[in-house]
Design a protein around this ligand. Structure first.
Ligand code: SF4
Ligand code: SF4
Length: 442
């Protein structure tokens, strides 16, 4: 079920208003009776290599296992006994996977901290800390952060993305207010790690509280700066940010434009992992939308189930709601609210489900006019439905950023972005094959 059946067509220009449901509210703490640790690597869906077994006692920060791809650890997020294995829906993978269930003994015993690092530490030590503390990107797939820093030749700028342009979400805004020390430390560490000349904190205009806090960011280090982007969706999109802040474009990766873009939370976590030796076991998430009683920012252990925190906040307001892990524009509604918060889940958006009557395409061109990737979504849809591969390749659906604007804007209420997503999957495979063949010919 697409979230657009719940969004209707009225919220886009009201992004700030949607955020007011949680802005300025005191953060509440929630400690569940059990946490559910997924036993798969979110990038390749392969089982993690286990370090512990059912019946073992674990502490906060005990390594449950390692992701197969690059030995990124998966940590226990409460102390207690691993009591059983359970199959639960995984919001990113999109199907049921095995989870270890840890019974929370509420003692919050912690593993000892990692060795303290700082700006004087070596590049190798800092890079290894990104791996050991499992610092991940927040783009949705859980890619490890260190990958962007393995090779930094030619990088001159680090952009810290705190734009949070999705409606309803406000956890980054809250983090900016409480984590200034770590934001600055993290930016300085990333300069050291990359050799870049400047690190720029990017956030939305119209936030005087944030302006106030960060007005002196360059005081002790002139290479740290701020930049305010327009309060429009999708201003936080990586490609858009690089273009607006640096006036540069790129084809595939920001590194082609001499930039690395990191989400705010990854930067804060990296600073805490270095300066405090902390691995991250808890986080603040936004639980919001018109479909839940008491929208709030909630501090909880990672791997808490969505359904447990929804119940804690007083439950759903309506019988029929749509639940999305993340914001409503980029994420899809999930069929099962028992999925857990991952370390890179920003929150839950809960909206009353509306019945939309789809009508045939009006050929109005609105989807094309609004696409920030300059694609022709309606044409991609036609090519996909007509199984016209050649036409699909010519329309480059792989450049879609999944912002959802084409579906949102469509007066016929067609979920155009869903067709683009499918065309992207088909053509990306074809593109890979073509590249492999080119490589083979060399
Ligand atoms: S979701 Fe639609 S509007 Fe957004 S980038 Fe993709 S095709 Fe363009
Ligand atoms: S916005 Fe909707 S109705 Fe208009 S051209 Fe695109 S798909 Fe057709």
């Amino acid at each position: 079920m697409s979230i657009f059946t719940s969004m209707g067509h009225k919220h886009l220009h009201n992004i700030h208003k949607s955020k007011e449901l949680t802005y300025g509210k005191e953060v509440v703490t929630f400690n569940p009776k059990e946490v559910f640790v997924p036993l798969v690597d979110p990038v390749n869906s392969k089982p993690i290599k286990l370090n512990v077994a059912i019946g073992d006692y674990v502490k906060e920060g005990t390594i449950i296992g390692y992701r197969e791809d690059n030995m990124i650890p998966v940590f226990a997020t409460v102390s207690g006994k691993i009591v059983r294995e359970e199959n639960l829906f995984h919001a990113n993978i999109g199907r049921n996977v095995k989870h270890f269930v840890i019974e929370n003994d509420e003692k919050y015993e912690k593993e000892p901290p990692l060795k303290i690092l700082n700006e004087d530490s070596s590049r190798e030590e800092l890079l290894q800390r990104m791996i050991d503390a499992a610092i991940l990107g927040h783009g949705g797939a859980g890619f490890p952060m260190f990958i962007k820093y393995r090779k930094t030749d030619g990088i001159d700028t680090i952009l810290v993305n705190a734009v949070e342009c999705e409606p309803y979400l406000s956890d980054d805004h809250h983090s900016l207010l409480i984590n200034k020390e770590y934001v600055i430390k993290g930016m300085s560490l990333l300069l050291k790690l990359s050799g870049a000349k400047q690190a720029i904190l990017c956030y939305k205009e119209g936030n005087p509280d944030v302006d106030n806090i960060y007005q002196d960011i360059s005081q002790n280090n002139p290479n740290l700066k701020t930049y305010r982007v327009k309060n429009v969706y999708p201003s936080g999109w990586e490609r858009h940010l690089v273009k607006e802040v640096l006036k540069r474009t790129y084809d595939r990766l920001p590194s082609e434009a001499h930039a690395i873009v990191n989400n705010l939370e990854s930067v804060v976590r990296f600073a805490k992992a270095c300066y405090d030796g902390q691995v991250i076991t808890r986080k603040i998430v936004t639980i919001s939308g018109e479909g839940i009683n008491n929208p709030s920012n909630v501090e909880l252990p990672i791997y808490t189930r969505g359904s447990d925190v929804i119940e804690f906040l007083g439950g759903y307001k309506y019988d029929d709601v749509s639940v999305s892990f993340g914001g409503p524009m980029c994420s899809r509604g999930v069929m099962d609210d028992k999925a857990v918060f991952l370390s890179y889940t920003s929150g839950l958006t809960i909206l009353p489900r509306l019945k939309l009557n789809t009508i045939p395409c009006l050929r109005c061109g609105a989807c094309t006019d609004h696409c920030p990737s300059y694609l022709q979504p309606v044409e991609i849809k036609a090519a996909y439905q007509g199984k016209n591969n050649e036409r699909m390749m010519a329309l480059k659906p792989w450049l879609c950023i999944g912002c959802g604007l084409c579906s949102y804007i469509c007066p016929s209420k067609i979920d155009v972005s869903d067709f683009v997503k499918k065309a992207k999957m088909v053509t990306s495979l074809q593109l890979k094959k073509q590249e492999a063949m080119k490589g083979g010919k060399k």
